[in-house]
Design a protein around this ligand. Structure first.
Ligand code: COA
Length: 176
């Protein structure tokens, strides 16, 4: 295994906090998405919109005041008990120690306790994104939930050469 660089060590050592984003976090979310190497990078405007209007269904992880990870979600307008996770990413030097799982758990625990509880989680994952598949499979195990996969966004739905995005539906989510 490669030894950690000084900056990697410092990043890993910094205590992490998780909370709902403020508008001021939008730039950091955009940067994490840009640097992820995998995600479709949305406009900076999209992250600002989510940080303002969908903050309750999003989370950011901060180290030394900087955004180092985030999850973007929203309640499906026609089915508010379904939380759709659009994107989740953590900086490369923070991966492999459960941070994205913690982001999801923090978000879902809060929304389970809401007056209008979330009972299902949905997300789409391309077939080649093993890390994301494992992340959500692991989430389903922790929450004693079933996970099923169905076709949703097919190649024909995208105007570019985007890969198909099957939907993973996870639930029902237990309380707490
Ligand atoms: C996917 C991603 C968010 C995972 O973040 P992470 O904080 O490293 O994940 P965690 O440490 O919480 O691991 C969660 C589970 O996934 C597994 N996992 C994480 N990265 C993995 C990888 N590269 N290969 C295989 N499994 C992986 C872990 O082993 C763990 O499973 P376990 O609980 O059964 O042990 C991160 O790799 C990332 O930001 N990738 C780029 C963006 C992306 O692809 N996002 C997902 C699509 S929206």
């Amino acid at each position: 295994m490669e030894p950690l660089s000084t900056s990697d060590s410092a990043a890993k050592a910094a205590p992490l906090s998780i909370r709902a984003p403020f508008l001021e976090d939008a730039g950091g979310m955009w940067r994490v998405a840009r640097d992820s190497g995998t995600l479709d990078l949305n406009s900076s405007y999209a992250y600002a919109l989510f940080a303002r209007d969908f903050s309750a269904t999003c989370r950011v992880a901060l180290a030394s005041g900087d955004v180092v990870g985030f999850v973007l979600g929203f309640r499906r307008p026609d089915s508010p008990s379904h939380l759709f996770i659009w994107q989740v990413a953590v900086d490369a030097d923070q991966r492999g120690r459960g941070l994205s799982g913690r982001l999801l758990d923090d978000l879902v625990a809060g929304l389970r306790a809401d007056d209008e509880p979330v009972t299902w989680l949905e997300t789409t994952i391309t077939d080649d994104n093993v890390a994301s598949q494992r992340l959500f499979a692991s989430f389903a195990r922790r929450w004693d939930a079933q996970e099923r996969v169905e076709p949703l966004f097919e190649a024909a739905h995208f105007p570019d050469d985007h890969d198909p995005e099957p939907v993973h539906v996870i639930g029902p989510l237990r309380t707490g």
